[in-house]
Design a protein. Sequence first.
Lengths: 281, 281
Amino acid sequence: MDERVPRDFETLRATILERRASLPKRIAQIAAYALDNPDDIAFGTAASIAASAGVQPSTLIRFAQQLGFDGFTSLQLVFRERLRERNSSYDERLAALRAKAEEGAGHRAIFDGFVAAASTSLSDISRALNDAHFEEAVALLAKAETIYVLAKRRSYPVASYIAYALGKLKIRNQLVESAAGLNAEMIGFATPRDAVIAISFSPYAPATIEETRSIAEQGVPIVAITDSSFSPLAQFAKVWFEVAEADFGGFRSISATMALAMALTVAVGEKRRDAGRKRKA
Amino acid sequence: MDERVPRDFETLRATILERRASLPKRIAQIAAYALDNPDDIAFGTAASIAASAGVQPSTLIRFAQQLGFDGFTSLQLVFRERLRERNSSYDERLAALRAKAEEGAGHRAIFDGFVAAASTSLSDISRALNDAHFEEAVALLAKAETIYVLAKRRSYPVASYIAYALGKLKIRNQLVESAAGLNAEMIGFATPRDAVIAISFSPYAPATIEETRSIAEQGVPIVAITDSSFSPLAQFAKVWFEVAEADFGGFRSISATMALAMALTVAVGEKRRDAGRKRKA
DNA sequence: TACAGATTGGAATTATTATTTCATATTGAC
DNA sequence: GTCAATATGAAATAATAATTCCAATCTGTA
């Protein structure tokens, strides 16, 4: 490899675009393909890429050599490096913000940090959510007579929002929160025809766990939102969701949990409406 | 490959965590390495990965086989797929989510819609937030003896989270929510040395507006979070923030409001700590 | 401590993949 | 149209990497 070989993707891209006009037909063809499908170049084999681009493997290698690489393998490294960097950028940004906030770079950094934490959490959950689990949870909740909502402390805002939204949708629900210590009695009314949404994150509020256990023993199906497979809620739940929230300044985001909670609520509302229509027809 | 092989990274991760305890030493070693360095698994060769993890290549293959894959190559595909998905830039993914949500493909679309709404709201507020206003609000709240938090209905979850966080930071606060109708009395105790965070969105809950007016008349400084310059809260507030939340299916996101609320809370905590240090020095 | 079963290391083998080579085709100048 | 230079296709070869196999080691049990 000589000295002027593009080492990073952007330089490479610029080089290709610059020379595009002067490249022979097949080489130009693979060049266009490379810029359009960088991921394929990163992961594919010379043969598979050549086939997708409609050229011979040898052409692919000639392309690499024209750019100054000593072969396809070295060209591929640039495309792989690009993926690595892109991938880490989010975490890095959060780390940078944390560092900035710690060195006392004004309060704006704190705000940016929370926005970044929320964004990260949202993109994580959007990737991680399992469609089948979601459907199962919706089905389970849609046929409940009363939906009990169970959460304390940090998760309580989510519960109160669920309760508000369920109310708006005219779905009978009961927020288990009583400051008067009547939770046990309240839970006592639940039957297997009802359902529960329980939310708890580490460190799990003992009251939430205790109440979840007790209501599970009555045969009431439970949908849990929690933060790991080791969560004590998982064992009681018919369906459970693992939500990984990024944290900032010691406070974890609750954006992902909120989005999931709202989606569950509205989906349950829709399912009920559909079921209602069917019964009438 | 048999039928129960984890096809996506999250499932694979869960499977590994689940079996972790029962794995032999070297296999456990490579398992831990895989979860800690997923990028290396995606890009490396069996030999290079094995070397980094401090095991033999054959162990790496045994690890893959234990998980049900027929070899290292098939395991690696899962790690590569993860990178491909992650890689698609944030904006692209968001656009895809919106498109999917709009074409209304089942309940997953509802979830995607809420995630998209939350992301949009976050990026909007991140652009719109005025640093000077933020600093002013922090200063005002930091010197308050008691912070009163005022919000009903849809905004109540935000208020309850603020109250929780303030409590954690050992900042005296009072959530005005009493179901017993004692709000007027509660508010009556506030003095100009206190401060208020009031949150309300259209259609503004009459109780919130009434309480805000009354507390403003007592000379208590108010920080308002609301949704437009025409908001009735704006006229009472010393500082106010306009937060535009995107909505989905008739339910507005509250992610941006949450992020702002958390940032305010933590910034107030920091400012107080700094002030405390200075007084001592 | 002796033994069986499981686990591990390391070399041998097999498979896959990149690269080279060479014959053929294409292009552009005269 | 002919020739030389360039480009392309396809198969052969070389390099690299995955996988298998077997002997050695470890672990738990009687």
